[in-house]
Design a protein around this ligand. Sequence first.
Ligand code: F6R
Length: 240
Amino acid sequence: MKIIRVKDYQELSQVASQIMIDLLKKKPDATLGLATGSSPIGLYQNIIKSYDNKEISFKQVKTYNLDEYCDLPRTHPESYYNFMHRHLFHHVDIKEENVHVPSAEGSDLQAQCDHYNRLLNQTTIDLQLLGIGGNGHIGFNEPGTPFHNETFVVRLTEKTREDNKRFFNSIDEVPTHAITMGIKNIMKARAILLIASGKSKQKAVYELINGLVTEDFPASILQRHPDVTVVIDEEAAGLL
Ligand code: F6R
């Protein structure tokens, strides 16, 4: 695990986006695994700047997102499909057919999981971007999720719903379930880039790097991946 410590969120976004930009320059048809949430917003802004400066293009890039809330239509502003278009896809030349976000609409969620999992098994992600939950989740693999899980429907923990309440008007509006890539899908990526910023991530970052590898702390599995880069700011690194 390569640990890069930086000063603050701005530098974190700069350093982490440069890793993605370097990949896209070297491999214009790269396949990216993408994340939502607060952590990657600055990174996506830098990626858009690099695209505007004609340093990179998304013409041949394929993307696969980690997860999607159940029971939110794709048009809902907090659906991850909508988030990704707002923060990245609308601003670059990616082809819509190359964008993949799990679909969590409709009554047969298992069929949606199987479909997404088939797509994931037909490809290899070159670089998987991850944030980390305060409880150690990656994607929406909550504590206790078996490491061998592939794409599945997860019941979100109250901690995760509480953490994500800031995006909604009230806790009641935060979905209770989501579809997420499993740990097995995430571990198949050639390289992983995890970013964490702020005091609220201190404990999770400590466990990620120094903790036991256990299903009780899903991100700990990354200690067994051969190519992981973790970019953390001073606050997130506070317990190291
Ligand atoms: C997002 C995702 C989650 C977040 C995590 C951290 O697609 O899968 O694991 O990365 O909850 O969220 P933020 O960045 O909002 O602190």
